[in-house]
Design a protein around this ligand. Sequence first.
Ligand code: NDP
Length: 289
Amino acid sequence: MSAPSKDFLPSLVGSMSVGAAGNPTVEMIEAAFAHHGLHYRYVNMEVTPENLGKAVAGAAAMGFVGFNCSLPHKVSVIDHLDGLGESARIMGAVNCVVQRDGQWIGENTDGKGFLASLQAITSPEGKHVVVLGAGGAARAIAVELGLARASRITIVNRDRSRGEALSHLLQESVLVTSCYQPWDIPFTMPRDADILVNATSVGLYDADARIQVHLDSLTADQVVADVIFNPPQTWLLREAARRGCRTLDGLGMIVQQGVVCLDYWTGCQADAGVMREAVEQALGLNSTP
Ligand code: NDP
């Protein structure tokens, strides 16, 4: 029998999480595969914590070249991997797994996606950045900002112990100047700070949710970023823009994470515009029919 003229076997990647049905990443990644003519498929998979080890072994057996993992697997997946990239090791959390030389290597794209999105408007190098929040997103962003040579990172969080722990991590593992500042209500942006990042969950699914920030402390030379992607135009971003600040929404961070993952898995530099349009469509943010 002669060899088939068409290759019916795509390379496989995907996502393992709980609550997979609400994750639009598949639409964004598949749009990039189609746009760039990549013979890959992204499979969105519901995986419970007790099945994570079997799922990772199954992915290896089926020849997956990588996969994303989202909540609740970002920390526990590390037990099933062969190694970690630098920032994932510092953060102790993985959301993107890559096959390298037959080994599963864990990376974390949360902070890398934020950084790529930020770098489109300004470099963090030498800048004083204030991060609101000390959860997983804040940790990933702050570590990457430190690795990108921000001069100082101030962590502001309601819960003191989480805030202090992140600040210590930055000082000890990233060797960046950092301090924890209690969240006085409302938070007043220091005059010498260059960038404010909301890395809390305030604003998720609520365009009018008000974060406790003294808006008149924001000045037009400052950049204000938000991790919230739905809705992308949060109350904080709208108010910051009214005061002349340059703003950055959380959708850019998601899209740039997709770009980083595609690069890891395929070596392709994906078109961020195609991916943004796909994720906006998937979230119903795009009025295009
Ligand atoms: P975590 O649960 O790990 O952390 C939540 C953080 O928000 C904590 O610092 C918490 O403070 C703070 N917080 C919650 N409610 C309030 C409030 N009312 N006032 C002040 N602070 C508050 O969540 P993650 O870090 O994983 O995620 C945070 C947000 O980032 C989510 O909305 C998520 O959707 C978004 N995200 C966006 C990504 C993107 O690509 N755009 C990627 C990853 C996450 P405390 O410690 O005091 O409780």
